[in-house]
Design a protein around this ligand. Structure first.
Ligand SMILES: Cc1ncc(C[n+]2csc(CCOP(=O)(O)OP(=O)(O)O)c2C)c(N)n1
Ligand SMILES: [Mg+2]
Length: 512
């Protein structure tokens, strides 16, 4: 349970949680608390809980709930609410349900006497496919009132796989000679990851994973050729395919654009009729673990050679290489961090130009090896996500790679990391600019307005909040700071100068 309490029901909830042995993690901003709850939900499949106060607390959590909505993360957000009878004066009061309506799967004001039963139902709903946030308004008066014990609620059984589209999908696979597979976020949990790998082996063609599915099909294995975001570069692989199979992909993972292929497609998805930019030739809705295993048993013959698949992998990697001209490139930094990081470290990556190098170069061989905001692509994500990862799995050191802009949005959580004694290493790729926006502005031949600012001293800020920290200039060696940071078991930060001059070409190579 994460949050910043208000003076109302959140205090009752914190006490009730303490009675049950549920830890309340005090955060410094509501949005970071929601990201931490959401990442906890993504890692465990069990909804994370976030608490906020009324009015400003509720308004401040919105970006984190938007994250949970667009990244399909199970979360319960409790907002303090006024007593329904007391609407005047309207101090701190606005229509909170309307604020959360577009980004919530369900909403309810919990009231006695059946609040416990409603809560059980809402809790299951947050975790049901597609997972997402549920908003609960709760007044202090209702939180403190007596409530009947929950009447147990039976979850609906999983839907059966429809035999007709499965037959169609098997025929499509049987007649394909160059099938390609894309694995998405639904495959991160339970046996779905294993099923996706079984299907990959059966298809025996190039496999790409979405950002959130990075590592599900091992990148050190023979089939994974790289990442799929729907960019021009990824489509160059699909252009050579005669069948494209989407396994557990949510279309929120694809960058918007016209679908450039006329190749037949199969969609395996937990839920039907997701908003893909094409009409699938066969859609199998239902448990992906079953559908992927069943499709894997269909006869198939792949004409892809290992050389072709290896060739795609090398081409994708080389094409997105960042060739910065003067100082240290983001590729150099990511490679150095990956080489120095302890075994079993988990990476969280922020949004910005630095993410291209981080996502392309950090090796991942298991689900959740890398955490990334993709559906929302929010800045200020990497630090709270890494912190949530460490809280969930303290034996895995957490690493956050962020730009300076994203660091500014999550700086306050360094004090949470220090208070918790988190084994967290934050690497700030500092170019004193919102580079992703800067390069887009340059491409539109606009003057550099509103995207650059004086360099901040993040090491000093981190020290001020109780972290050990180092500053590494563009010509200084990075290895010493990395060795010391990773040796420490507490929170550390390295503010490293990065040369942004290669970002523009890198983005053009990726997206055109
Ligand atoms: C909360 C939020 N605000 C704004 C954006 C739009 N945006 C995407 S990347 C970016 C710049 C990021 O700058 P920085 O963190 O320094 O990373 P860099 O691009 O310089 O590597 C902005 C403003 C966003 N994705 N999320
Ligand atoms: Mg920057």
């Amino acid at each position: 349970m994460f949050g910043v309490p208000g003076g109302g029901s959140s205090l009752d909830l914190i006490d009730a949680a303490a009675d049950r042995g549920i830890e309340f993690v005090l955060c410094r901003t509501e949005t970071a608390a929601a990201i931490m709850a959401a990442v906890t939900g993504e890692l465990t499949g069990v909804p994370g809980i976030v608490l906020t106060g009324i009015g400003p607390g509720a308004a401040s959590v919105v970006n984190g709930i938007a994250y949970a909505s667009l990244e399909r993360a199970p979360v319960i957000v409790f907002t303090d609410a006024h007593d329904e009878a007391a609407t005047a004066p309207p101090h701190q009061i606005f229509d909170q349900p309307s604020l959360f309506a577009p980004i919530s799967k369900a909403q309810q004001r919990l009231t006695p006497p059946d609040g416990s039963t409603s809560f059980e139902r809402l809790f299951d709903l947050a975790a049901a496919e597609p997972p997402g946030p549920v908003h609960i308004n709760l007044s202090a008066k209702d939180a403190g009132a007596d409530c009947a014990a929950a009447v147990s609620w039976e979850a609906l059984p999983a839907p059966e796989i429809d035999p007709d589209p499965m037959q169609k999908a098997s025929e499509l696979l049987a007649s394909a000679t160059r099938p390609a597979l894309i694995v998405g976020l639904q495959c991160r949990i339970g046996g779905r990851a294993e099923a996706a790998n079984t299907l990959a082996d059966a298809i025996c063609g190039p496999v790409m994973t979405t950002y959130k599915a990075k590592g599900i099909v091992p990148e050190s294995g023979p089939l994974n050729v790289g990442l799929y975001t729907g960019a021009m570069l990824d489509n160059s692989v699909l252009r050579e395919a005669d069948l494209i199979v989407f396994c557990g992909v949510d279309p929120v993972e694809m960058i918007p654009g016209k679908w450039p292929h006329s190749t037949p497609t199969i969609v395996l998805s937990e839920t039907p009729r997701l908003a893909f930019p094409f009409e699938p030739d066969a859609e199998i809705a239902g448990p992906v673990e079953d559908s992927a295993c069943r499709l894997a048993q269909s006869p198939s013959s792949s004409a892809w050679t290992p050389e072709e698949i290896n060739g795609h992998r090398a081409r994708l990697r080389d094409t997105v290489a960042n060739n910065a001209t003067s100082q240290r490139s983001p590729d150099d930094i990511v490679d150095a961090v990956a080489a120095a990081a302890p075994k079993g470290a988990r990476l969280a990556v922020d949004a910005g130009a630095h993410m291209f190098s981080a996502m392309a170069r950090w090796p991942a061989n298991a689900p959740h090896d890398v955490l990334k905001s993709n559906g929302l692509s929010t800045m200020g994500y990497a630090v709270p996500a890494a912190l949530a990862s460490w809280l969930q799995e303290p034996a895995s050191p957490a690493v956050a790679i962020t730009g300076d802009g994203g660091m500014m949005m999550s700086l306050a959580e360094l004090s949470t990391a220090a208070r918790l004694g988190a084994n967290l290493t934050v690497i700030v790729l500092n170019d004193a600019a919102l580079s992703l926006i800067d390069i887009k502005q340059q491409r539109q031949q606009r003057p550099p307005l509103g995207v650059r600012y004086p360099r901040a001293d993040f090491a000093a800020a981190a020290r001020g909040m109780g972290c050990d920290a180092w500053t590494v200039g563009g010509q200084d060696p990075l290895e010493f700071a990395l060795a010391e940071a990773f040796e420490s078991e507490g929170p550390t930060l390295i503010d490293v100068s990065v040369d942004p001059s290669g970002y523009r070409e890198q983005l053009i190579a990726l997206r055109g």
